[in-house]
Every structure is written in structure tokens, then in C-alpha cells.
Design a protein around this ligand. Structure first.
Ligand SMILES: Nc1nc2c(c(=O)[nH]1)N[C@H]1C(S)=C(S)[C@@H](COP(=O)(O)O)O[C@H]1N2
Ligand SMILES: [Mo]
Length: 335
């Protein structure tokens, strides 16, 4: 168990975005998650991604919602309803339609799962995801997620920072980037061999971060959302969340992280280099060639998908935490 001192980040806290009653109720649910990897081996593996794999009598996991100062901008930030965050998805391995990931993933098996960490590190490792669950106290982080398609959500993630996840991994001095890969397994991800279903992507889905971005305090590895384990459609069992970048950087169902000295090839940049950059920082000052990035459709309580059109913020509102990393980049260009 660990207690964090209060950092300066101004990402949204649960208190800022949900009524107190819901907050208390959700805390109780999360106490139910105070559980651990200890008993996992003996539990039957869940047949659906939604099944709670945290259940055990041994309280080795703690989910701790943290409290931070309200972001205040936009002041109307409110949590996206879970029912929308789990049915309006981009996960092309299950199909390109927004409902496809929820509809086509019922047979997905998130466990057993291994994460390989290799490349320019002192010791390459392959970690069972169950071990990660037992490794550190989880925390809850409420972040905005801004898709390059100009819709956005506010999602409460559960997990740990990538920095914490990689705390025992010693990068070699030449390491400058991290490359991420989604599991390649067409039996689980039908779109990976069916090009029509999978949107013509050459799988596995790939993403990358610069080393300093990867170790930024905001960069998060989510194992859960809304106080529960991740559903398949949101990237079970573990996915990246990089809240100041367009959503496609937040790669799902990760099986491999490679430290490298080369800027990694990334899926959307390979598919459309004139439209999608490596950095892909949220930037209302640079429009997509085919649509504006100045505003976004916030998927919230209103209407079927949410009708609130709001201004898009530089770095998705996280400038204070990340702008200093880009002093040397020309942010008027599309990165
Ligand atoms: N492996 C993989 N990861 C992915 C994608 C994908 O198609 N495949 N889509 C990305 C895009 S474009 C977005 S906007 C987010 C959506 O995350 P969500 O469905 O949890 O909201 O996931 C990202 N991660
Ligand atoms: Mo996206």
C-alpha cells in the first residue's frame, strides 16, 4: 500500500465530475475490487472480459480515487455514461463500426495474457498480467479522451502509470522511444485477417511514444474503467491512455513494449502520413485535412451520443503537464 503526495496535475477528480452520492457508491464498488492476484491462478478464468478477475480474499490491490483541484476548463466536464463509453468504440480488430467492438468481442479471452518488454533494456522480461495486478496499488484517473475524429469522452480509468509499470525495467542509454503492439491473434481479433472488417490495417496495431512521453506522470496503463476491469471493447486486459494525444495513440490490448533508438512506425501514420503524425498531440490550431479540430462533440448524457459541441483545448487541456516536452517542436505543423 502506498500513499501519494498530492501532485500538481489538474486532471479531473471524481469529486469534480460526479455527484457526491455516486462518488461514495462507486468508492464502495471499488472497495469490492480491493482484491488481488493472489488467488487468480486457482479461480476459473472468466469467459467474458467483463468478469471480475480481481476477486480474492487477499486484499493486495487497492484502487484509490485521488483528489485533485478541478480543471475548470471546460467547466462542463462530466463523466461520459459507462453505457456510451462501452458501446461507441474504435477497435478495428473487431470491426470499423462504432458498435462492432462491443458486438464482436464476446468470445474474447483477456486471460491468460503476457506482456513482453524487450529491445534496448538491461533485461528483457515477459510478465503475466496477473503479476502486474499484484504489483502495485491501482489508482483511478479521470481523463478526457479526444478522438481525432472530433468526438470526446470523460472516462474514469483504473490502473497505474506506465512509469510505475516499468519501474524495474532499466532502459539502455541508447533507448529513445517505446514501441507498443496489440496482440496479434486473428482467432480473437477477426479483423486482423479479414481486411474488410479490419479496415485495411496491417496488423498488429502499433503505436509509439518518445521516452520522456512514456515516463510522463500522465501516461497511464489502464486495467479497468468505471471501477471495473476493462471490457474487451475498451482494450482488455491492459491498454495505454495518453490523454493529451489523439485517441489513436491510446493502444489497446497490448502484448509487447519495445525500447528502441528509432522513432517507431505507428499504424495511423503508416496508413495516412499526411493526416496522422507520430506525435498526434491534440491541437485545435491544426485542422485535420478533412475536418476542423477546433471543436469536438462531447459524448455525455445528452441525446443518443451526446450533442454538446465544445472547444477543443491545446493538449486536450493538459498543457501544464506536457507542454514543456515540446519546446522544440513546431506546433503549427501537423505532428
Ligand atoms: N489496438 C487498437 N487500439 C486502439 C484502436 C484500434 O483500432 N486498435 N483505436 C484507437 C482509437 S482511434 C481511439 S479513439 C481509442 C478509443 O478508445 P475507447 O474505445 O476505449 O474509447 O482507442 C485507440 N486504440
Ligand atoms: Mo480515435
Amino acid at each position: 500500500m502506498w500513499i501519494r503526495s498530492k501532485p500538481s496535475w489538474d486532471y479531473l477528480s471524481e469529486n469534480d465530475v460526479t455527484p457526491e452520492a455516486i462518488f461514495k457508491q462507486r468508492r464502495l464498488i471499488m472497495k469490492g475490487l480491493v482484491a488481488g492476484g493472489a488467488g487468480l491462478g486457482t479461480l476459473g478464468l472468466p469467459s467474458t472480459a467483463n468478469a471480475a478477475w480481481f476477486s480474492s480474499d487477499e486484499p493486495t490491490q487497492k484502487v484509490m480515487p485521488l483528489k485533485f483541484k478541478p480543471h475548470g476548463n471546460p467547466p462542463s466536464d462530466s463523466l461520459t455514461p459507462e453505457s456510451k463509453a462501452t458501446t461507441h468504440n474504435n477497435f478495428y480488430e473487431f470491426g470499423t463500426g462504432k458498435n462492432d467492438p462491443a458486438n464482436n468481442s464476446s468470445h474474447f479471452q483477456p486471460l491468460p495474457w503476457q506482456l513482453k518488454v524487450d529491445g534496448l533494456v538491461e533485461n528483457e522480461v515477459t510478465i503475466d498480467v496477473e503479476k502486474i495486478l499484484a504489483m502495485a496499488a491501482f489508482e483511478e484517473r479521470i481523463y478526457r479522451l479526444r478522438c481525432v475524429e472530433a468526438w470526446s469522452m470523460v472516462i474514469p480509468w483504473v490502473g497505474l502509470t506506465l512509469k510505475q509499470l516499468l519501474k524495474d525495467v532499466k532502459p539502455l542509454s541508447g533507448a529513445k522511444y517505446l514501441a507498443f503492439e496489440t496482440l496479434y491473434d486473428p482467432e480473437q481479433f477477426p479483423g486482423q485477417e479479414n481486411r474488410r472488417l479490419g479496415g485495411g490495417i496491417d496488423y498488429p496495431y502499433r503505436e509509439g511514444l518518445r521516452l520522456d512521453e512514456a515516463y510522463n506522470d500522465l501516461t497511464f496503463m489502464a486495467f479497468g474503467m468505471y471501477g471495473k476491469t476493462l471490457p474487451a471493447q475498451n482494450g482488455a486486459p491492459l491498454r495505454l491512455v495518453v490523454p493529451w494525444k489523439y485517441g489513436f495513440k491510446s493502444i489497446k490490448s497490448i502484448s509487447r513494449i519495445t525500447f528502441t533508438d528509432q522513432m517507431p512506425q505507428t499504424t495511423w501514420n503508416m496508413l495516412g502520413p499526411s493526416e496522422y503524425g507520430f506525435y498526434a498531440n491534440v491541437n485545435p490550431g491544426v485542422d485535420h485535412p478533412r475536418w476542423t479540430q477546433k471543436t469536438e462533440r462531447r459524448i455525455d448524457d445528452a441525446g443518443i451520443l451526446g450533442r454538446t459541441r465544445i472547444d477543443t483545448l491545446m493538449f486536450n487541456g493538459y498543457s501544464e503537464q506536457v507542454a514543456s516536452m515540446y519546446k522544440d517542436l513546431d506546433l503549427t505543423r501537423y505532428y
